[in-house]
Design a protein around this ligand. Structure first.
Ligand code: ADP
Ligand code: ZN
Length: 725
């Protein structure tokens, strides 16, 4: 028996299948889609079995595989085919397309030295534990294992190998393979609403015919989209089918997950990014075994190994988190959703209050069926939005708060209602400068300003992690005039505290929510009215549902408008509309105050009018004139390397090759990327704009082929980039 094995050697960019012999004693257990361990030069590698055959066309003497890593298939037929399509569409290596589908514990490991063992996980055997005495040191390890349910062997070895072996010997810690761990959710009765007529209508339309079909569900904030999703998923469940629901960032949507858990109980697998590798692995296996029929998760959950899928839902489809843009394969979960929907012949629902232009354009053309929930569930109007022109206001107010916003906050506090304040940090850096000469501190490795961190009084580079203490004298003019210009949430919190000394303020940003579970706890306590004001960054705009919030204030609407990206207006409109949608979601009517230096910008005026279609039409005109999506496709080619001169020369060569070969494409660049240097790697970009270019992939593949194995230069290709960077 001969098998074709796909191995990963990313350093050499090798993406090739190699033939191996299978020893007799292993032949019975060989299946396509499992991992095997193979000798490769002086190393052993893991790879995926993609072929079983009788003959090999290889000229080399074939070696035997060393071992089999899986008893169950991890890449089933569907995923194997999907990988090939991704490989073809993204031009990333086939192996990277398979690797991205799998939890870390199931990825094929590369470059391990002979004899290195496969990861093992440990869990606590509670029944034995209660009968044994342990030392404090041992208890520490036990507690870690209890907390994380499953802990990697390597992690425990790092703590202490002797304690680990002692605990294993006593039987207190057992290898994960012996038993399975399961997250447990209990169902609650009465967690279901009588649908409104609009909701009913949407559900009926989708269920009329549950074959493959993409839909856009355009529902204003608070229109009850989630309830519709649950109804559709329940229908699939009743038919014995499974469902996937994607959300932009699952740890930021605990309220949504909770609603699902109440309704569906143990049938849910929630693929949190906060899960440990062991927990992710465990959830993955539960799904593969058919023990969970509903998967909720962020981007990569679209690869969940479900069988018999009956419903695929992408909530907040406008979110750029569905595109993997920073590493290969640069895929969109929305494309994968379409593939899987077609494969399983089931509906695919894209939901949003502010659909992306691409998706709305397809709905307008009838490529996707358009469904809408034009009103809020409670029949309440969308909140009244007021725009405050900060150009005038800034002269009259000392800090960052306009008089209008202060008055409104006061009013709500008096009525015992709650307030959400958004500090728009998108595209915003709180850099440190000298007030005397204007000197700005920059990262020595990257072309980017350092960001001030108050808690540690340091300046850090958000790209490479470089950090340094804050100086008080300027290295340029030697004056003591250093200040941090940035308005961070901490600063705003201080200002708020001075204006409203009696208000209870809760600050939510990536600093305060980084601890596991912190975010969820904050949401609970705000919901319980332990706080009056919730102040935060973008995370307060996402999917929160608090009935007592009647005022949303946007402190600075503009930063995200200034990002040099063709989507900056769209992203700003969407962010402002989403955060506005947090106000007045229940009985009490809500209002919204947006402070801006660009009161006449259309992204802001259409937000004020809650006029999505107005914004859409205006933005479509601009995109058409400037030849941007959805009228043209974009492809971004990133060329990077340490030797700036070399890279620059090669980028020019690539450009010339593209110009010679692509006759129907607009080719821009090469230009230095927005951030030219990161970690001392220089980056150039070439942008392609095209409507139809049949030779495109062939030409790009030739270029990739040409530079393969050249480690002075790296070429990354991003089709339909979510950002041009
Ligand atoms: P969206 O996701 O469209 O912003 P949600 O699904 O969060 O809206 O619904 C808004 C609020 O209305 C939630 O508190 C939800 O529980 C409630 N809700 C949804 N559907 C109904 C219904 N049919 N009857 C009563 N309340 C509902
Ligand atoms: Zn840096």
């Amino acid at each position: 028996m001969i098998i074709g094995v796909l191995v990963e050697l990313s350093s050499k960019n090798i993406d090739k299948m190699f033939d191996y012999l299978v020893p007799l004693n292993l032949q019975d257990n060989i299946k396509i889609g499992i991992r095997v361990e193979v000798p490769f030069g002086s190393q052993t590698l893991e790879g995926f079995v993609l072929e079983i055959k009788d003959n090999s066309s290889s000229d080399f003497k074939l070696k035997e595989i060393i071992s089999i890593k899986d008893t169950d298939i991890i890449l089933n037929e569907e995923l194997l085919e999907l990988g090939k399509i991704m490989h073809n569409n993204t031009l990333a290596t086939l192996i990277s397309c398979y690797q991205v589908m799998l939890p870390k514990a199931l990825k094929a490991k590369q470059g391990s030295i002979i004899n290195k063992k496969f990861d093992t996980y440990y869990m606590v055997n509670e029944s034995i534990l209660s009968t044994m005495k342990v030392t404090p040191k041992q208890e520490e390890m036990i507690n870690l294992c209890k907390k994380n349910k499953l802990v990697k062997r390597s992690e425990l070895l790092e703590m202490s190998s002797s304690i680990l072996s002692a605990l294993v010997k006593k039987g207190i810690l057992v290898e994960e393979k012996l038993e399975k761990y399961r997250l447990s959710y209990s169902k609650e009765l009465g967690s279901k609403f009588q649908l409104t007529a609009d909701q009913e209508n949407v559900v009926e339309k989708v269920l009329e015919n549950t074959r493959y079909k993409p839909y856009l569900l355009h529902g204003v904030t608070g229109s009850g989209k989630t309830e519709v999703y649950m109804e559709l998923i329940e229908d699939a469940l009743n038919k014995g089918k499974t469902s996937i629901m994607l959300v932009p960032e699952i740890s930021l949507t605990p309220q949504m997950v909770e609603r699902f858990q109440k309704r569906f109980g143990d049938n849910i697998a929630a693929l949190h990014s906060a899960l440990s590798d062991g927990e992710k692995y465990d959830e993955w296996r539960r799904i593969a075994r058919g023990e969970a029929s509903i998967v909720i998760g962020a981007r990569s959950a679209i690869f969940a190994p479900l069988k018999n899928i009956g419903m695929i839902i992408i909530d907040e489809e406008h979110s750029d988190s569905y595109k993997q843009g920073d590493s290969n394969p640069r895929y969109s979960a929305k494309d994968i959703a379409m593939f899987r929907g077609e494969y399983h012949d089931c509906p695919v629902i894209f939901g949003s209050a502010t659909p992306s232009l691409e998706v709305m354009a397809r709905a307008q053309k009838g490529v996707y069926e358009y469904l809408s929930l034009p009103n809020r569930v409670n029949g309440k109007k969308l909140p009244l939005v007021r725009i405050i022109d900060m150009n005038e206001e800034i002269k009259k107010s000392k800090g960052h708060f306009s008089r209008n916003l202060i008055t409104s906050i006061n009013d709500k506090l008096e009525k015992d209602e709650q307030v959400i304040l958004l500090l728009n940090r998108r595209g915003y850096a709180s850099f440190v400068t000298c007030k005397n000469c204007g000197y700005t501190f920059k990262c020595p490795n990257c072309d980017i300003s350092l960001t001030y961190h108050k808690s540690s009084n340091t300046m850090r580079c958000h790209y490479c992690g470089y950090g340094t203490k804050v100086y008080d004298t300027c290295p340029e003019c030697h004056e003591k005039s250093i200040s941090d210009l940035g308005v961070g949430t901490q600063k705003i919190e201080e200002e708020l505290g001075e204006i409203f000394p009696n208000a209870r303020i809760l600050r939510m940003d990536f600093d305060t929510t980084s601890r596991k579970g912190a975010h969820e706890k904050m949401i609970k306590s705000f919901k319980n009215h332990e706080y009056d004001i919730l102040l935060g960054t973008q995370i307060v705009a996402k999917g929160l549902d608090f009935s007592n919030v009647t005022l949303v204030g946007v402190i600075n609407a503009d930063t995200s408008l200034n990002i040099p990206d063709f989507r900056s207006s769209e992203n700003t409109f969407s962010l402002l509309s989403q955060v506005a949608g947090r106000s007045g979601r229940s009985e009490k009517s809500g209002e919204v105050i947006i402070q801006t230096f660009n009161p006449d910008h259309y992204a802001i005026s259409y937000t004020k009018m809650h006029d999505y279609m107005g914004f859409y039409n205006k933005e479509m005109e601009i995109r058409k004139t400037l030849k941007y999506p959805p009228f043209y496709y974009l492809c971004y080619i990133k060329i990077s390397g340490k030797d700036m001169e070399y890279i620059s020369k090669e980028a020019d060569k690539i450009k010339r090759a593209l110009v010679r070969n692509l006759l129907n494409t607009n080719i821009l660049g090469p230009t230095p990327s927005t951030i030219f240097r990161v970690n001392n790697i220089y980056r150039f970009g070439i942008i392609l704009k095209y409507k139809k270019e049949e030779k495109l992939k062939d030409v790009l593949n030739k270029i990739l082929e040409h530079y393969k194995g050249n480690n002075k230069i790296r070429i990354d290709i991003d089709f339909n980039p979510s950002q041009i960077y």
